[in-house]
Write a protein that binds this ligand. Structure first.
Ligand SMILES: *Cc1c(COP(=O)(O)O)cnc(C)c1O
Length: 714
């Protein structure tokens, strides 16, 4: 008989599958083992268990009465992994033998696995988690960045500094992926300058395996060993080399493992070379012509575009393409210019460079934008790819993004919902009727739960502010101020996202006198928490950040406007659960969807946002606040000015008065009503279960040979 599993075995197994990270009860077990250490190791179970060998763990489990909870968690996990009665089993049967392969340059799954930079990655992470919960046959394909994106801190001048740390494989939930020969997979991609090799790691995301290619192998030259060290680091050459690894290498890795995808889903254009590799396989294995193989590959491929500005798309010149895709081109039997044509809007235009997005559109029969408005923008932007069609007939549909509820919903809020929603609400988050009973929540309880989360955020923010101030060697008086920064009774606005200039983090700072009036108001004050990173090469983004930092250090803003460094999933979770208002003011229509505003909804936080991205189709007049009227002026300065005025107006006339209008029990009844309305009208639509179900029905099933649908290009 097999040896009984020890507690240590069970926790190691639980920690080896990221499923734990979206189960509050399991997360709580890790925290209860050693709360201080849990924080110090950045919520990484592998590291935590290193400090608790089996004996020490037994002792600790006895002290903290953890045995039953661990056994229960372990059993629940096994049941989850073995379940066969999933939504996917009924609705995605055709994928059973041939799963969807979901390609993405980044995956934001958890703070302990830093291979993401922002929204695109978090979306990909949430996509895998919901696909797992729904039981959709899927594998993820990405790159392993040993140094991740970067860690951010600000120097004394508020200028962003970037630091990089090497992640140790042994300290991460990674295992070597095995090939059909049961040996660790090693793949190679040819370039004109020689081969680039990669090994493959496997991350377990619930039921979904995520495969990450890593070029740090002795077979490679030094230069290439570092190729996958950093996400979005390096120049164009690094970029194309990473992208051939992701696309071509990714398809080869699946092949080596004996995985035959029935659908290729490209999350953004970075992975578009995957299509060329599938074409090559089909030509070789089935003796198809290039055109036939292209048609069949496109039929099974699906592309999600994310970038509504032309400059945001990867473009490569013909030399870079020839150096890196030349060997594959030979095998495809294409002339250099025929290959280039696949990446051009106007195929014969010799001056046009090779665009990954264009390649993706040409290699995928189904394509979608990520919100309704983004669909309109994308159809207009890419109309030249289908010059014979009118704009409405451009074959780019839309599937609006959503967030993975269990990853973003505070445990305390979930407990409230458990009491009023149907028993299995958790499995049916995509159905509107499930959310209707939120109206029965007691206003007092809802408000107190929100207050608890807000206090927790403020404590957390003070600790971080103190650490930041210490690193900048601020005087003791300034340190002391940090421990009283922010006030739990004050209307708290959160603004956190990448500091790309179009997101206009400083829009609310336009008029410092007005701002001073808001934050120092005696009876109706306001405070703001900012966080976010600029891309290392983004000078304008860094200047915006610096301006915010400087203001945060001046009177009367000090302690009332704060900047929290090193935005990541952990900080995001605290913020979206604990602020009162989530501010989002991008330059319309540049926010393809935005997802952080969706994370706040179920936590009872209200959105105050430009009518862009998801909010343009979400706002109904009373489930949050809208900035502007959804119109855009051609001149940017005028638009910025209008939006700043509109923001000030909405704060003065709606947000601030509603928040401070209290009844005899000090409850803001009008505000609470709006919180409930937001949950009821938005929760069911803007979640990742609904999103993944849409992808299954509109994209995966038809692409895998099931029924066709409206998104078909033919
Ligand atoms: C959700 C999230 C984002 C995306 O925010 P947007 O609102 O889409 O800009 C970026 N970074 C992190 C860490 C997130 O959790």
């Amino acid at each position: 008989m097999a040896r009984q599993k020890t507690l240590h075995d069970k926790l190691r197994e639980l920690g080896g599958n990221l499923w734990w990270s979206w189960q509050p009860e399991v997360t709580q077990i890790f925290r209860d083992i050693d709360p201080t250490l849990w924080t110090d190791v950045g919520h990484n179970p592998v590291l935590l268990l290193e400090s608790y060998p089996p004996d020490a763990l037994e002792g600790r489990a006895t002290d903290a009465v953890l045995h039953t909870r661990i056994n229960w968690a372990y059993r629940r996990w096994q049941e989850y992994m073995q379940a066969t009665d999933t939504w996917g089993a009924t609705h995605a049967g055709v994928l059973g033998q041939r799963p969807t392969a979901y390609f993405s340059a980044e995956f934001g799954l958890h703070e302990s696995l830093p291979i993401y930079s922002g929204g695109l990655g978090v979306l990909a992470g949430d996509h895998l988690k919901s696909a797992s919960d729904l039981g959709i046959p899927m594998v993820g394909v990405g790159l392993f960045y040993s140094q991740g994106y970067f860690n951010q801190y600000l120097d004394e001048n508020g200028w962003q500094q970037e630091t990089y740390t090497d992640q140790k494989i042994a300290k991460l939930p990674l295992e070597a992926a095995l090939g059909v020969d049961r040996k660790p997979v090693l793949i190679a991609v040819d370039t004109r300058g020689g081969k680039i090799h990669a090994r493959v790691w496997k991350v377990n995301v619930g039921r979904i395996p995520l495969y990450l290619l890593d070029t740090d192998v002795p077979e490679n030259r030094d230069e290439d060993r570092h190729l996958t060290s950093r996400l979005y680091g390096g120049d164009e050459r690094t970029r194309i080399r990473q992208e051939i690894m992701l696309g071509i290498g990714g398809v080869r890795a699946l092949k080596a493992m004996g995985i035959q995808p029935g659908v290729i889903h490209m999350n953004e254009g970075h992975s578009a070379f995957a299509g060329l590799e599938v074409i090559r396989e089909r030509m070789k294995e089935d003796d198809l012509s290039f055109d036939e193989a292209l048609r069949e590959t496109a039929a099974m491929s699906s592309f999600t575009t994310h970038t509504p500005v032309p400059a945001g798309h990867d473009r490569f010149n013909s030399d870079l393409i020839e150096e890196h895709v030349g060997p594959l081109r030979d095998e495809l039997g294409l002339k250099p210019d025929s290959l280039m044509s696949l990446g051009r809007v106007e195929p014969p235009n010799q001056n046009e460079t090779f665009c990954m997005t264009v390649l993706a559109f040409k290699l995928c029969r189904r394509a979608n934008a990520v919100s309704s408005l983004h669909g309109v923008v994308s159809r207009r932007m890419w109309a030249n790819l289908w010059p014979w069609r009118s704009e409405e007939e451009i074959p780019i549909g839309h599937i609006t993004n959503g967030i993975h509820v269990a990853s973003w919903l505070a445990a305390q809020m979930r407990m409230l919902y458990d009491r009023v929603l149907p028993l299995d609400w958790y499995l049916r988050t995509g159905q509107p009727e499930v959310w209707a009973p939120v109206e029965h929540l007691s206003p007092g309880e809802l408000w107190e739960t929100h207050q608890t989360l807000k206090s927790r955020l403020i404590t957390y923010a003070r600790n971080r502010l103190l650490k930041q101030a210490r690193r900048r060697n601020l005087p003791d008086a300034a340190l002391a101020q940090m421990s009283t920064a922010l006030d739990p009774r004050v209307l708290t606005i959160g603004f956190a996202r990448r500091f790309a200039p179009y997101k206009r983090a400083d829009l609310i700072l336009r008029d410092l006198d007005v701002l001073a009036g808001w934050v120092t108001s005696a009876d109706r004050p306001m405070q703001i928490i900012f966080a976010g990173k600029s891309h290392p090469a983004d000078e304008p983004g860094k200047q915006i950040l610096q301006r915010i930092y400087r203001i945060s250090q001046e009177e009367p803003f000090r302690g009332r406007i704060v900047f929290l460094e090193d935005y990541d999933i952990n900080l995001a979770r605290h913020l979206v659960q604990g602020v009162d208002v989530w501010l989002n003011n991008p330059r319309r229509p540049l926010e393809a969807s935005g997802t952080s505003g969706q994370k706040v909804v179920l936590n009872g936080v209200l959105n105050c946002s430009i009518l862009d991205g998801w909010w343009a189709e979400a706002y109904d007049g009373s489930n949050g606040f809208a900035i502007g009227n959804g119109r855009t002026h051609v001149r940017q300065e005028i638009q910025d000015d209008r939006d700043a005025k509109s923001l000030a107006h909405i704060l003065n006339t709606e947000v601030i008065p509603l928040f401070y209008e209290r009844d005899q029990d000090d409850l803001p009844q009008g505000w609470i009503k709006r919180m409930k309305r937001a949950v009821r009208t938005l929760g069911w639509r803007f979640n990742a279960d609904r999103m993944v179900m849409d992808y299954v029905r509109e994209s995966y099933v038809p692409a895998a040979g099931g029924l066709s649908c409206s998104m078909d290009q033919v």
